[in-house]
Ligand binder design. Structure first.
Ligand SMILES: Cc1cc2nc3c(=O)[nH]c(=O)nc-3n(C[C@H](O)[C@H](O)[C@H](O)COP(=O)(O)OP(=O)(O)OC[C@H]3O[C@@H](n4cnc5c(N)ncnc54)[C@H](O)[C@@H]3O)c2cc1C
Length: 529
């Protein structure tokens, strides 16, 4: 079996053309090729007059050794599948505890359950259905539930997301994660699309199915159960205390995976006060920008816009300003919505999500600026959380103190004026929005970088020139402002048996890397057990 990369396919290609084009590329007869399948597919829109697909295939071909010799390895290579399997350690009297049921906690717990270790999962938020009802109440009535919301609850921050599965990391566990996601209900195309995407509507069922699997393997998942304390002796974990319905419960545990995400500020405070080593780290903040998806399509697909084989166009850009700051797009959601993502009372936070179909009118993306540790006035590891909180509260006030998000039109923002009415783009944020100026919400280095960066982005993609594009504020929870220090066995450097894990602990950014880190921590526990 060999893998052949960079095969050109027109947008309207037929199945037969896959083998035909492959045969032409590697100069063999069509009959020499058997069992061909696409293993990677991406849209190539670099040249507007020739938008097409580029695919990689795996196939059985006659005389593979000769072909391998004829072509460079980036064109043709032998197929090597890195198989991943969970080590079975079997049942122990000790049950590991996993705090947090986001991508990191879910995959940590799944790994432990598959290894036979019967984990107990504590998740501060509700199960998916409870959570959905709480989010609806917030969206429609502006009543925020601090227990279950877009950040907290079954599936973590990723459940009400775009479900993009793109990642910058390389790891043998990624293929395994995708296969598991498909086994639990994700669309099969995530196995070969270069930009895989699940969508919040499908993701909700996937996370429920993962929970059911963990339980069927002997694990336990306790919702509305917030880890409040770690019990330790001689710098070693021996249990956890959690709070549920106003009561505290204690569980014995020698291994605790702490996968609480980047919004568990109360948990970070507790850990910091307990002397668990942590530090402030680089993170990012900014705004969400919305354009018409049709304008983005036109800009990126040119005359091919509207071709039925093309997905709604997406983008990713970065611009660098002469004084050292950069502005970059992040978590772009084609055909999506800007969502209310607050988890604390009297604060406003935005983020983006989409359904699998990605068929909403607007495209949205975060426009982010990095916040370096030296930008923070205080030395405390929690200084970044404090800055996030201050901005979220300033946004709440600017929005009229009823969870409306502050918004501005790009044209007015660039000339530092207050917007008065919307143009062709209506904001998708619910419950409501109020015109405001970003300068009253962010530190100067953030507003300045966004203001100076947008015209530079417009040189890369013309829709950034749109003065009626809508900016909704603030996007504060795109990454964790803290890192909880761990050693090469993934143990906290302060407390044996504690495994800081996932995005909140500073070891991941996004669904896939959080899931990878969850598996790694699960493995570390099984090796320790
Ligand atoms: C609206 C939105 C859209 C997003 N879109 C994408 C996307 O398309 N693609 C992508 O890769 N990433 C996306 N992200 C980011 C992604 O969701 C996160 O990177 C990822 O979820 C981090 O995983 P995690 O498991 O480390 O943490 P989280 O997902 O944050 O999970 C942590 C969990 O721990 C729980 N918890 C917190 N404190 C405690 C405690 N003390 N006790 C018990 N439980 C606790 C929380 O309730 C939460 O469920 C999005 C995020 C949001 C909010």
């Amino acid at each position: 079996m060999i893998r052949i990369n960079d095969i050109y396919l027109p947008l309207g290609y037929t199945e037969d053309m896959v083998a035909q084009r492959t045969a032409k590329d590697i100069k063999v007869r069509l009959n020499d090729i058997e069992n061909i399948r696409i293993v990677r597919k991406s849209v190539d829109a670099r040249r507007k007059n020739d938008v097409h697909f580029t695919v990689s295939v795996e196939a059985e071909v006659k005389n593979e050794q000769n072909i391998l010799k004829k072509f460079p390895p980036n064109k043709v290579s032998a197929v090597v599948h890195e198989n991943y399997s969970v080590s079975i350690v079997g049942m122990r009297s000790e049950r590991p505890v996993v705090a947090g049921f986001g991508p990191a906690g879910m995959f940590a717990a799944l790994t432990l359950a598959q290894s036979g270790m019967r984990p107990v999962v504590l998740e501060r938020g509700g199960d998916c259905d409870t959570r959905l009802a709480a989010i609806e109440l917030f969206r429609t009535k502006g009543i925020l539930d601090e227990t279950s919301n877009v950040q907290f609850g079954e599936g973590g921050a990723g459940t009400f997301s775009d479900g993009k599965l793109t990642t910058g990391i390389r790891d043998k566990r990624i293929r395994h994660i995708f296969e598991e996601l498909v086994r639990f209900g994700a669309p099969k195309d995530i196995l070969y699309l270069a930009k895989p995407h699940i969508g919040t509507d499908i993701l909700r069922d996937v996370v429920k199915n993962i929970r059911k699997e963990i339980i069927s393997l002997g694990g336990e998942v306790i919702f509305e159960a917030r880890l409040t304390r770690l019990v330790s002796k001689d710098d070693t974990v021996c249990g956890v205390v959690y709070e549920k319905n106003g009561k505290e419960y204690e569980l014995p545990a020698e291994n605790v995976i702490l996968a609480v995400g980047h919004s568990a500020r109360d948990t970070f405070e507790y850990l910091c006060n307990k002397g668990i080593a942590m530090e402030k780290k680089i993170f990012a903040m900014g705004v969400r920008i919305e354009h018409l998806q049709s304008d983005v399509n036109k800009s990126l697909y040119g005359k091919f816009t509207g071709h039925p084989a093309l997905p709604p166009a997406d983008y990713k850009y970065a611009v660098h300003l002469p004084y050292g700051r950069s502005l970059y797009t992040f978590c772009m959601c084609p055909g999506g919505y800007v969502v209310a993502a607050a988890s604390e009372k009297n604060s406003v936070v935005t983020n983006g999500m989409s359904l699998y179909s990605r068929n909403a009118v607007n495209a949205n993306s975060a426009l982010l600026v990095n916040v370096e540790p030296e930008d923070l006035p205080e030395d405390s590891p929690l200084a970044g959380c404090e800055l996030q909180r201050n901005i979220e509260k300033a946004a709440f006030l600017a929005g009229g103190s009823d969870y409306s998000a502050p918004v501005t039109l790009v044209g007015d923002f660039l000339r530092s004026g207050l917007s008065e009415s919307f143009g062709k783009i209506r904001p998708s944020y619910i419950p409501s929005v109020k015109f405001s100026i970003p300068d009253s919400i962010f530190p100067d280095y953030i507003t300045d970088t966004i203001r100076k960066g947008i015209p530079l982005l417009a040189r890369k993609a013309d829709f950034f020139n749109e003065p009626e594009a809508v900016i909704t504020m603030p996007e504060t929870r795109s990454s964790s402002p803290v890192r909880i220090l761990r050693n090469d066995k993934l143990n906290s450097v302060s407390l044996k048996g504690l495994y800081p894990c996932g995005e909140g602990a500073g070891y991941a950014g996004g669904i896939v890397s959080a899931a990878v880190d969850g598996i790694k921590c699960g493995e570390a526990v099984t090796e320790n057990g």
